[in-house]
Design a protein around this ligand. Structure first.
Ligand SMILES: Nc1ncnc2c1ncn2[C@@H]1O[C@H](COP(=O)(O)OP(=O)(O)OP(=O)(O)O)[C@@H](O)[C@H]1O
Ligand SMILES: [Mg+2]
Length: 280
C-alpha cells in the first residue's frame, strides 16, 4: 500500500449556522508527500477537522480542489466518495470507536469482512496487524479489557486492515495520558515509514512534535506563515517536549498480503463513527 500524495488547492469551506456565515477555511493550499507524517495543529475552531473531513471525502469544499493520489475528491459523486473512503482512506478517531462486543481481532477483521475477504485470510491478516501494533497477545480481548492506548492500537490496526494509502486521525491521543500518547504517535510514524502510508493527524497534543515529519498550523481557517504560528510558538516557549526513554521498539512491519479481489458490500466504514466534536 504505497502512500499517496495529497494536494489541497485554495480550499474554502463556508458553513451556515443560524443564518450566519462561518468561514471554517479561507483559502488553504497544502501538499503532503506520499509516506509523509503531517500534523495539523491550531486552536479550537481553526479549521483542522473541517480540512481533514474534506481530504477524507466526508465533506465537499465550497471552492477549491482536493486531490488525493491524482483523483479529484472534490469532484467525486457520493458513490465515488464512498468507494474512495473504503479503498483509499483509513480513519482513526479520538474515541477509538471499537465495537464493544467484538474482540480486538474481530474488530480488525470487520472492514475485511465488508470487503469480502474469506474467513481464513481475514483472521491471518488481523493476526499480522495486531502484531504490527504490538498487541499479538490481546487478540481475543474485548475493548473493555484493554487500556485506552491498547484500544487505540486496535483502532489503528483496523484502520490499516484494507491497506489504505492515507491514514487520517482526528485527535487520536485526546483521551490518552502522555506516555501512551507518545506511543501512539510513534506507532503512526512507524506506520508511515514502514508501510509507506501517508499520515495526517489533527491534534492539540504538543508531544506530536517529536514524531511528525512536518507540522502545519491553521489559524482562523488559513495556514499560518512561520512567524504567525501561535500554538507552535507557545509549544516552543515551553521547551521541547520531554523525550521518554523506554518506549517499546518500533514494530517491524510484516509483509502484508495484498487483498484478494472481491466485490465489497456497499457499507461504508467511515460512517460507523463520525469524528467526534469535542469542546475545548
Ligand atoms: N457543520 C458545521 N456547521 C457550522 N459550523 C461548523 C460546522 N463544522 C465546523 N463549523 C465551524 O467551523 C469552524 C472550524 O471548525 P473545526 O471543527 O474545523 O475546528 P477544529 O480546528 O477542528 O477545532 P477543535 O480543535 O475544537 O476540534 C468553527 O468555527 C466551527 O464552529
Ligand atoms: Mg477538530
Amino acid at each position: 500500500m504505497p502512500g499517496v500524495p495529497v494536494e489541497v488547492r485554495d480550499v474554502t469551506r463556508r458553513f451556515l449556522r443560524g443564518g450566519e456565515e462561518v468561514w471554517a477555511l479561507r483559502g488553504v493550499s497544502l501538499r503532503v508527500e506520499p509516506g509523509e507524517f503531517l500534523a495539523l495543529i491550531g486552536r479550537s475552531g481553526s479549521g483542522k477537522t473541517t480540512l481533514l473531513n474534506l481530504i477524507a471525502g466526508l465533506d465537499r469544499p465550497t471552492s477549491g480542489e482536493v486531490e488525493v493520489g491524482g483523483a479529484r475528491v472534490d469532484r467525486m459523486s457520493e458513490r465515488e466518495r464512498t468507494r474512495y473512503r473504503r479503498r483509499v482512506v483509513g480513519f482513526v478517531f479520538q474515541s477509538f470507536a471499537l465495537l464493544p462486543l467484538l474482540s480486538a481481532s474481530e474488530n480488525v477483521e470487520l472492514p475485511l469482512r465488508i470487503a469480502g475477504w474469506p474467513a481464513r485470510a481475514r483472521s491471518e491478516r488481523a493476526r499480522q496487524l495486531l502484531a504490527l501494533v504490538g498487541l499479538a497477545k490481546r487478540a481475543h480481548h474485548r475493548p473493555y479489557e484493554l487500556s485506552g492506548g491498547e484500544q487505540q492500537r486496535v483502532a489503528i490496526a483496523r484502520a490499516l486492515a484494507v491497506q489504505p494509502s492515507l491514514l487520517l486521525a482526528d485527535e487520536p491521543t485526546g483521551e490518552l495520558d502522555s506516555v501512551t500518547a507518545m506511543e501512539i504517535f510513534q506507532l503512526l510514524r512507524d506506520v508511515a515509514r514502514s508501510e509507506g502510508v501517508t499520515v495526517i493527524v489533527c491534534t492539540h497534543d504538543r508531544l506530536v512534535a517529536e514524531y511528525a515529519g512536518r507540522i502545519e498550523e491553521l489559524r482562523d481557517g488559513r495556514l499560518a506563515p512561520p512567524a504567525e504560528r501561535d500554538v507552535w510558538q507557545r509549544w516552543q516557549a515551553r521547551g521541547a517536549p520531554p523525550r521518554m526513554p523506554g518506549l517499546r521498539p518500533a514494530p517491524v512491519a510484516p509483509a502484508l498480503e495484498p487483498p484478494p479481489s472481491s466485490e465489497p458490500s456497499e457499507e461504508d466504514i467511515s460512517r460507523w463513527a463520525p469524528p467526534e466534536r469535542r469542546q475545548r
